[in-house]
Design a protein. Structure first.
Length: 301
């Protein structure tokens, strides 16, 4: 689906739920890319962005993942760039399709970045699972409507195809994959110093997006929004009960307000601001992403 097609009047002729009716007429396996683009770019762009940020943060609760990032120094010396690289590559896949010219270039870049390191298939499989299930759970909790079954299955089929092109083996069916996600977290979410170090670097990055006087409040709110198992794995202090209620309440109110707004007419995929690439989505080159220059920490190791 091109950007011009997204703008066509037929695409939203009947109001806020018109696209949901369109989605229900599509096949979630055959039409998974189109359904994913509608959900992530038009229906829930803000929620997808927040949920995928949380998914990335969630993976740092696994010591084998955070330990690798700490050893390479990726989050010590270029936190924002690594975040932007990941965000752009995933948005390019969604915007253009994984089998498009741009999508294939993005996948080559992703595989090149991962190919530098010895990463287990289970860790890769777990990261992939967070991209499927974190947005589903987030939108069910805070979105302006719940995801339809077609949207859930389409997200699974979309990321299953992406995972296959990344060389990830043994991707199970939808229900088994979700079970794997839960069981993997139950077994591997344990405190480690590397979790804490990478978590603090990432939290500092998020706080830096806001004016300095607000950063302490952002930090407290972000930690309060994490699940208890994540806070334990990071070694973060437990928030007050009212802080957790306030964060959850604010997110639910966002969904209620979104429900009242007019239906979005232009996809937000590939339109977010990227601090490391001021010209994005114009005037940048995919070859700039995932540069192979070494961080000082990695070089000295």
């Amino acid at each position: 689906m091109s950007e011009a097609e997204v703008r066509q009047p037929w695409f939203d002729p009947l109001g806020k739920f018109a696209r949901l009716r369109l989605i229900r007429d599509l096949d979630p396996e055959r039409d998974h890319t189109l359904i994913y683009r509608i959900s992530a770019g038009l229906e829930f762009p803000w929620d997808y962005r927040r949920a995928l940020e949380l998914a990335l943060f969630r993976t740092f609760c696994v010591p084998s993942i955070s330990g690798l990032l700490q050893r390479t120094g990726e989050f010590a010396c270029r936190t924002q760039k690594r975040y932007d690289d990941t965000s752009i590559l995933m948005e390019e896949l969604g915007r253009h399709g994984y089998d498009s010219r741009q999508g294939k270039r993005s996948l080559r870049m992703i595989n090149r970045m991962h190919g530098r390191y010895d990463i287990s298939n289970d860790d890769m499989l777990y990261v992939l699972s967070t991209f499927v299930y974190d947005p589903i759970r987030w939108i069910d909790a805070y979105g302006w409507r719940s995801l339809s079954e077609h949207e859930r299955l389409a997200a699974y089929h979309y990321y299953r195809q992406v995972g296959r092109r990344m060389g990830i083996r043994s991707i199970p069916d939808y229900a088994e994959f979700e079970r794997f996600n839960r069981e993997y977290e139950a077994e591997h979410f344990v405190f480690a110093e590397s979790n804490r170090a990478v978590g603090l670097d990432s939290l500092a990055m998020v706080c830096a997006w806001f004016p300095r006087p607000m950063r302490w409040l952002v930090a407290r709110g972000f930690v309060a929004g994490l699940e208890p198992a994540m806070r334990t794995a990071f070694g973060f202090p437990e928030p007050r009960e009212w802080e957790e209620r306030a964060v959850a309440g604010a997110l639910r109110w966002h969904g209620r307000i979104e429900r009242l707004l007019p239906s979005r007419r232009v996809s937000r995929l590939g339109r977010g601001r990227k601090l490391s690439y001021p010209g994005y989505p114009h005037g940048y080159d995919l070859d700039d992403l995932g540069a192979l220059d070494r961080c000082p920490v990695e070089a000295s190791g």
